[in-house]
Design a protein around this ligand. Sequence first.
Ligand code: ADP
Ligand code: MG
Length: 365
Amino acid sequence: MDTWIGLMSGTSMDGIDAVLVSFQDNTLCIHETFSKPYPEELRQRLLLASQNHATPDEVGELDTLTGVLFAETAEQLIYNCSLDHSSIRAIGSHGQTLRHQPSGPSHFSLQVGNPSIIAEKTGITTIGDFRSRDMAAGGQGAPLVPAFHKHFFGSGSEDRCILNLGGIANITWIPSSSGRPVTGFDTGPANALIDAWCHDQTGRLYDEDGRWAQEGIVQQALLTDMLSDAYFERPAPKSTGKEKFNLDWIKTVVKRHGEIRPEDVQRTLLQLTVITAVRQMPQSPAMAVYACGGGTRNRLLMKELALALSPVRLLDTAELGLDPQWVEPTAFAWLARQTMEGKPGNLPEVTGAKGPRILGAIYPA
Ligand SMILES: Nc1ncnc2c1ncn2[C@@H]1O[C@H](COP(=O)(O)OP(=O)(O)O)[C@@H](O)[C@H]1O
Ligand SMILES: [Mg+2]
């Protein structure tokens, strides 16, 4: 077994999730986990930058500040399990996305969290910049977790859909027979909108257990309007982010509908997440859906998803041996391993890239 660290902060911008994990063939073992929330001031700066309100100076400073925080998170993780640094092969660090622009002639995906700082402070080889190479090969650069899902969550008898409920929701469809291709894409917003509206209206960072949404009623006309966004009809490959699904997006749609109670908007946003995820899923008689990501802790969201999916079963990835909170950081530890072993990390059938590519840039210890 060889031991790796995965560091992830997604579009929710809630903070950094870290895992220390060993891999062997098709099995993995998580030794330690740690989450570091972003300090509020930094979170606000990252949020503003992701909405295009940042100068090059600001982007540079954020790259350094988050790089330091990613490094400290890795250090804390190592300290907590009293492991020697030399026993860790490498760190896979996704970074914090400020902007994801997967199409057009000058496509790019911009993450901050300077991997040089992580390598320097920890003395451990660090792999970062996972998305660029796939994009250079004509892909979306996202989602990148499907290769990991396929490797560890595939089954010979059950068609499986992995549904990650982060800031954005993405699915990986893993058919039971190898003849059918794995597919995967971002279905649209999840916590990015749920958090944004909750914060704007109540000052709270997220709607714990979906309790506030529970007080509201789905507004059908508003929901229909939201569902008319062209993103949901677009065929895969596709990926999206907070540059599109943000508070401005909500306010633009809500403005068209007169007076609506804020809790009704919250409830409608939750339903939007449910419907867009379920509608875009491939269907098969022998399938089950396994959820992961922070959204699995939103009880109302999970309840409504189960209802919309029925009779298809909704479970979470703990049933497959991996706690829903740690799937994404573990995926980036595994992607780092793929890089170090000279193996591809993308699935071209998912991202639309011209072929399999070894992802990431290596920052030696
Ligand atoms: N108890 C909870 N109730 C409702 N939502 C929660 C809860 N815990 C976490 N979340 C949601 O999960 C999000 C973080 O999920 P995460 O998987 O880290 O997303 P990302 O990958 O985008 O960072 C939070 O922003 C919040 O919306
Ligand atoms: Mg997160």
